[in-house]
Design a protein around this ligand. Structure first.
Ligand SMILES: [Zn+2]
Length: 145
């Protein structure tokens, strides 16, 4: 009985996290048909949609000039240049998934605010972003949960 109740509570919490992040995840989900039609691949891995290839290398090279983005997290959707980049970045991107689950819709403005604050201090808006620092620190320590 306790075990059953625990599973129900855990399931409700998990469902709430998906709903809480869904508006952002929809942005990534919109990309899925374009990825498939352009020859990319999509998989569902440990509760997260992972998309690779197709138009994604083109899109990921447009976000920041002279900087190749291997992978990016959009809610419960992770997009990557290819399978290798998804595997290589998986731990880091899973930290961003946890951050989305914590902050929901607030994550995007908070992320931009942190980058802007770093930029105004004359620092790198990516490496000095507090969410990136957390993701690099936790993923290098092997913590993905
Ligand atoms: Zn990151």
């Amino acid at each position: 009985m306790i075990c059953s109740t625990w599973h129900t509570v855990a399931g409700v919490r998990k469902a709430f996290k998906y709903c809480w992040v869904l508006p952002v995840s929809c942005i990534g989900i919109v990309l899925i048909p374009f990825v498939i039609l352009s020859g990319g691949a999509v998989s569902f891995t440990a509760g997260v949609i992972e998309a690779e290839g197709g138009i994604l290398p083109f899109l990921l090279s447009r976000f920041r000039p002279h900087f190749t983005i291997d992978a990016m997290t959009i809610g419960h959707v992770i997009i990557g240049q290819n399978r290798e980049s998804l595997v290589l970045c998986r731990d880091h991107e899973r930290i961003h998934v946890r951050q989305y689950e914590r902050w929901g819709l607030l994550f995007l403005p908070l992320y931009l605010l942190s980058s802007t604050a770093a930029l105004l201090r004359g620092m790198d808006p990516y490496r000095e972003n507090r969410f990136e620092k957390e993701a690099f620190r936790a993923s290098s320590a092997g913590m993905t949960q």
